[in-house]
Design a protein around this ligand. Structure first.
Ligand SMILES: [Zn+2]
Length: 258
């Protein structure tokens, strides 16, 4: 029981760190959009995103502070995005699921880092429509090293998975661009599926792709149904694909025999 409590607590704290990444990584990609001149990814104090007032530590406690402050900055009364507590709670749930799956082993830490990064990438994809290269490359390197040194999966499955993951989306993208003469899926999705391939091997890629595309299509249909100008073509809906890839990967992980 205490262990579960500690894992949830670790999850909330990691979720808080994940929020920092979600907010700051895009700022580092577009430096001219940065509002604070002394921007750092880590090591600087959290500020209100609206009035830039430094947030005191006791107002920066995961979930609790959000509830206590009723979702508003105490300096400027601006509303704090609901994303913060959602990310914190999701991270806690993800860590608990990983623990229930693999227990406290070296793999717990591997998969915790992996899925927290997927969450960060997904949130950035939802907010900005990009999957940061920095995260994709970290996951790719970790996937290769994890398979080689820690037997995460068979190294050959990993290498084939990583390469085919990239190529599958690369070819879908090229075909789409050839037929419709415009961009469909982004290259960030190819790198993310490549990373997933390095971690889970090529055998899991068909399930992950099928599941994420079905989920994506479902969301597009719901959006089309909800939107007023329903004569809009299905192809004109733009949705971030990263969250669906990530969710499907989590599902495959929980149902695999790690
Ligand atoms: Zn404020």
């Amino acid at each position: 029981m205490e262990l579960i409590f500690s894992i949830l607590l670790l999850g909330l704290i990691s979720g808080s760190l994940a929020n920092t990444f979600i907010y700051r990584i895009p700022l580092s990609l577009y430096p001219n959009k940065t509002t604070s001149s002394n921007f750092k990814l880590l090591g600087s104090r959290s500020r209100c995103t609206s009035c830039e007032e430094i947030i005191p530590i006791y107002h920066n406690i995961p979930v609790v502070s959000y509830l206590y402050l009723k979702g508003k900055c105490r300096f400027c009364e601006c509303s704090i995005s609901l994303m913060y507590p959602i990310v914190e709670i999701s991270t806690a749930c993800i860590l608990l699921l990983i623990y229930l799956k693999v227990g406290i082993t070296i793999f717990f830490f591997f998969f915790a880092i992996f899925f927290i990064f997927l969450l960060v990438s997904s949130a950035i994809d939802i907010r900005h429509g990009i999957l940061p290269n920095s995260i994709n490359y970290i996951l790719i390197i970790m996937g290769v090293l994890g398979s080689y040194f820690f037997d995460l999966i068979n190294i050959y499955d990993s290498l084939i998975g990583g390469i085919s993951g990239y190529l599958i989306i690369f070819f879908i993208e090229k075909t789409y661009a050839f037929i419709y003469n415009k961009e469909g899926i982004g290259r960030g999705d190819a790198k993310l599926l490549s990373a997933i391939g390095f971690w889970f091997g090529w055998l899991n890629l068909p399930t992950i792709l099928l599941m994420s595309s079905s989920l994506g299509l479902l969301v597009v249909f719901i959006q089309k149904f909800m939107s007023r100008n329903s004569d809009k073509n299905i192809l004109e809906f733009k949705i971030p694909f990263g969250p669906f890839l990530s969710l499907s990967t989590l599902f495959v992980f929980l149902n695999s025999n790690f």
